[in-house]
Ligand binder design. Structure first.
Ligand code: DON
Length: 310
């Protein structure tokens, strides 16, 4: 797929979506995220040949939040294998909000429906190899370093501790799953690892490069080295299609048609085989927790460049 867009065109599309910032809300359930400036927006595309274009605030950094769930899934699959992972977490979309507890009680055995909702993601983080939370997060950071070719990336301590202090719902999900033997070990340590994982901090081009590695079937863009086995990268992208935008995944598939994952920081990453990675950032969210600017920008990119996989 040899489609490229100029930086000027990207700037123009970003400018058109800018007024939408007033239609969304910056989340306040993680206090540190409430400080984000809704007008601080950016877009970046990383092509498989290494070409990269961007527009907006390319310097700004933001936390991965739920985008980290895809990376944690890749690592857990590499650590434990598919059979183990999917014996504890399902493969089906929920149609519920990302932090819903409802389906956990309905399912028997009580396993989370997929790795993209919070319950499933907590169970996935629980599976990552590492004795301490910092060891798990360190291994996840190493994966991020490999995918971005940048080993300076860290997690934001303020965002991590802000979420850790206020994670009442995620603690509830975890205790419920511990009762039902979906997770084991200390819930506090799990929350420590999970909140640090969600607070991994990147800029728009680094995020686009993460998408590009998935689009490149798990291989490093420069060396061709297999960072994530191809079949596991495919599983991750399939979850991005079916569950990546939570209960907006169906309409997103129709409107945009690009495997993508969003986070409550306002970031979204897309991974398009044969094309590359696309990252968008805009902290104002719609009622489902997806970036308003990001959703519109991806729709514009998809329709103007004919990017839908369907
Ligand atoms: O666990 C949480 O609630 C956040 N750390 C991540 C949620 C999230 O990003 C949902 N995305 N749209």
């Amino acid at each position: 797929m040899n489609k490229k867009v100029s930086e000027e065109q990207l700037q123009e599309w970003l400018k058109q979506t800018e007024p939408l910032t007033s239609l969304g809300r910056v989340p306040d359930y993680i206090p540190a995220l409430a400080k984000q400036d809704p007008e601080n927006i950016a877009v970046g595309i990383f092509h498989l040949d290494g070409d990269c274009v961007g527009a907006g605030n390319l310097e700004t950094t933001f936390t991965l939040q739920s985008i980290s769930k895809v990376l944690a899934l890749a690592l857990a699959l590499m650590d434990q294998g598919e059979d183990y992972v999917f014996s504890r977490v399902g493969m089906e979309p929920t149609g519920d909000p990302f932090n819903s507890i409802a389906k956990l009680e309905e399912e028997d055995p009580s396993k989370p429906l997929n790795p993209m909702i919070n319950a499933g993601a907590l169970a996935i983080t629980n599976m990552i190899h590492g004795i301490t939370p910092d060891e798990k997060v360190g291994r996840l950071l190493s994966l991020v370093h490999e995918m971005t070719n940048d080993n300076t990336i860290r997690y934001d301590e303020e965002v991590a501790s802000s979420e850790f202090e206020t994670s009442y719902l995620n603690r509830s999900l975890s205790f419920f799953m511990k009762q039902h033997h979906v997770i084991d070990g200390s819930v506090e340590e799990l929350l420590d690892a999970y909140t640090k994982q969600c607070a991994i901090c990147v800029n728009i081009k680094q995020l686009a490069r993460i998408g590009a590695v998935f689009a490149n079937l798990g291989k490093d863009l420069e060396t061709g080295r297999q960072i994530i086995p191809k079949h596991l990268a495919r599983i991750c992208k399939t979850f991005m299609v079916t569950c990546g935008m939570y209960d907006a995944s169906g309409s997103f598939a129709i409107r945009v048609g690009i495997p993508a994952k969003s986070g409550v920081s306002g970031a979204i990453v897309g991974a398009l085989n044969g094309f590359g990675g696309i990252a968008v950032f805009g902290p104002a969210l719609d009622e489902k927790g997806n970036s308003v600017v990001g959703m519109q920008l991806l729709e514009t990119l998809s329709s103007r460049m004919d990017l839908s996989i369907f």
